[in-house]
Design a protein. Structure first.
Length: 280
């Protein structure tokens, strides 16, 4: 993503911001409807129906919902364990809603953490995530390698007394690139992921392999390079004693020499950011 065509880039970013806001609006609407006895599968279906009613026909991935200790990926060993289950929500239980809709060719991938009633542990995790958002932006602007930033996020978690739960994701990723997706009359899916989006990610992976970069932001050597211009869905995920919390949102990276324009969060009017502002 360059700064040479700022007008065009701004128009494109507005498209990504619009679908990201739509996804967070969905998360807040579904969270408000959750009650004791609702299952993860039902919560995931609620997200899917809400977005489908508003024109979403394609997905980077279908919605997820995790309740209780599954918010901390307790015991997760294989990818199938990420998919929604029959786990039922109980009073005081934490939950995470995660969805990645594609709308009019623009992609979002968001994570929303909450609880059914008071949950002081998750409140603490959510408060501590603010420092991770600040650290990631600062070090991306410094053009440190993705692997180094990942390691610094790890160290911050340790200082806070938390466990790294995004390491449980495939390849241990904390983020991945997102791009425009060509709209199709019918969009097939593979294991819950949109085929068009997977093709784009695979194309980035092949091109990046030739050029020395990766669309996956991980703790491994293939992420040992500076941030690549584009949009990155970033999701630091903290865990503590069977409770997890995360945010996920889009980070914009450009080739600008102006530090503030070289990287910035796509939108600061998001639920977790508003929460931090209210708590101050």
């Amino acid at each position: 993503m360059t700064t040479a065509v700022a007008g065009e880039v701004s128009a494109e970013l507005r498209g990504f911001r619009k679908v990201q806001r739509l996804a967070y609006e969905c998360a807040e609407a579904v969270a408000a409807q959750l009650k004791p006895g609702v299952t993860e599968r039902e919560a995931a279906r609620m997200q899917r129906v809400w977005l489908s009613e508003r024109g979403v026909r394609d997905w980077f991935h279908l919605p997820f919902a995790w309740f209780g200790d599954r918010t901390a990926f307790a015991g997760f060993r294989i990818p199938l364990q990420f998919f929604p289950t029959g786990r039922r929500l109980e009073p005081g239980m934490p939950f995470i809603l995660d969805m990645a809709p594609v709308h009019k060719g623009f992609t979002a991938d968001i994570g929303y953490s909450g609880s059914l009633g008071p949950n002081p542990v998750q409140d603490k995790l959510l408060a501590d995530l603010e420092a991770h958002r600040e650290l990631i932006l600062r070090e991306v602007r410094e053009r440190r390698s993705l692997r180094e930033i990942y390691e610094d996020v790890d160290r911050l978690m340790v200082r806070q007394g938390h466990a790294n739960r995004h390491r449980a994701y495939p390849f241990g990723v904390i983020a991945h690139k997102v791009d425009r997706v060509r709209e199709r009359p019918w969009s097939p899916r593979l294991f819950g992921f949109g085929v068009q989006s997977l093709k784009g990610l695979a194309g980035d992976a092949l091109r990046g392999h030739r050029e020395g970069w990766s669309p996956l932001w991980s703790p491994y050597t293939f992420s040992d390079h500076p941030p690549r211009p584009g949009l990155w869905a970033v999701e630091p995920h903290l865990g503590f004693r069977g409770t997890g919390a995360k945010f996920e949102e889009l980070l914009v990276v450009t080739d600008s020499r102006d530090p503030e324009q070289s990287a910035f969060w796509l939108d600061d009017d998001l639920p977790h950011v508003r929460r931090w502002a209210e708590d101050k």
